[in-house]
Design a protein around this ligand. Structure first.
Ligand SMILES: [Cu+2]
Length: 380
């Protein structure tokens, strides 16, 4: 017994040296949590149109900041598919809206504008309705919706603290039937709250991405005329009653990535290289979705798109809940055209819930090759 004990101890020590116990969960740093807002540096963030994100650091280099963002709501008519017109409500003239990027414990200082002052970039605006914004990442007052109702031609300010990390939906939510109406005409987007230490893989090791793409999935409910043609309304108000009738059927007439058919398969070319790690962000403000990368995987997939959850490894498809997001990381290993899509394949191919990612950089026969070319069937 006495001779065996040291050996047993040695074995335990050796095993624990080879595989240190997982320390995945991190506790909040009180110095960061209690950092005085009055001492925070204020920075302006230039937002960009999806599927791209603003240039950003992946690890916080200082204490919490106040990040100033400006969202201008534009009511506009867009041809979402050939011959199909929708009056959208578009944050910064984009459906989905742009993705602000902050760190956990930063303050987000929003100016929400109903209309536009930037006629150079956004064109004329003649908004007809009140709008607001509900940030799923925020705390209190209906996600800010209760403090941001703003009439056409006016602007309003809202500051809130990003207390949780993850990828979070935001959307317009003016109340009652207006909530789904504004959301399914495009009044939604998502906001990225990075952990201050950056993303970590399932081992707890730092994970850095080379590129990030945002796939905003949008369902539309376009009414038809008596003769079967698509109804083309004259403005955002005229569109509402007939569209609500279609919405009550719960069956979308159109589903798109990045606002319109062909947006990420033809209009915008997404590119990556073999060896590059891509963060794939996905949101759906009104319905579930089931992301899948054809020919690849989710190396690490953060449950519900929230970085405080230990990521799942090696998934084939994953979840977006209605009013939620997904965040998946993949390092490309083969060149070719990959389809990133909703693996409800009807929504991907009979509708247009899909994107292409063009990957260059070489092919690894060891991972895949034809063992023989097509030939007449041989006897076995
Ligand atoms: Cu609205």
């Amino acid at each position: 017994m006495n001779k065996l004990l040291p050996l047993a101890l040695l074995t335990i020590v050796a095993a624990s040296c080879a595989q240190p116990p997982a320390q995945w969960e991190l506790r909040d740093d009180p110095a960061i949590v209690n950092f005085d807002r009055a001492n925070a540096v204020s920075v302006d963030q230039e937002l960009v149109d999806p599927p791209f994100l603003p240039v950003h650091d992946q690890v916080a280099s200082g204490p919490p900041r106040v990040v100033n963002i400006r969202l201008e709501i534009i009511e506009r008519e867009v041809e979402i598919a050939p011959g199909v017109f929708v009056w959208q409500m578009a944050f910064n003239n984009s459906v989905p809206g742009p993705v602000p990027v902050v760190f956990q414990w930063d303050w987000v200082n929003l100016t929400l504008v109903n209309g536009t002052t930037n006629t150079v970039r956004f064109g004329e605006s003649s908004n007809t309705m009140a709008h607001n914004i509900d940030f799923h990442a925020s705390t209190g007052a209906l996600g800010g919706g209760g403090l941001t109702v703003v009439a056409p031609g006016e602007e309003i300010g809202l500051e809130w603290r990003a207390v949780k990390s993850g990828f979070f939906v935001y959307h317009c939510a003016p109340g009652g039937e207006m909530v789904p109406y504004h959301v399914v005409t495009g009044g939604n987007g998502a906001l990225l709250v990075l952990p201050r230490e950056g993303l970590r893989d399932g081992f707890g090791d730092p994970l850095r991405y080379d590129k990030v793409f945002y796939f905003g999935e949008q369902d539309y409910y376009v009414p038809k005329n008596a003769d079967g043609t698509w109804r083309r309304p004259t403005n955002f108000i005229d569109q509402m009653a007939p569209m609500l009738d279609v919405m009550r059927g719960l069956t979308p007439t159109h589903i798109a990535f990045n606002g319109k058919y062909g947006a990420l398969t033809a209009d915008i070319r997404l590119e990556a290289a073999v060896g590059e790690t891509v963060l794939m962000l996905h949101s759906q403000a009104n319905n579930p979705s089931f992301p899948h990368l054809i020919g690849g995987h989710g190396d690490w997939v953060y449950p519900y798109g929230k970085f405080g959850n230990k990521p799942d490894a090696n998934l084939e498809s994953w979840d977006v809940v209605a009013g939620g997001t997904a965040a998946a990381v993949y390092t490309f290993k083969q060149d070719g055209v990959y389809a990133y899509l909703n693996h409800n394949l009807i929504k991907a191919f009979l509708f247009d819930a899909k994107a292409f990612i063009h990957v260059t950089g070489g092919w690894d026969d060891n991972l895949m090759h034809n063992s023989f070319e097509a030939r007449p069937i041989t006897a076995n």
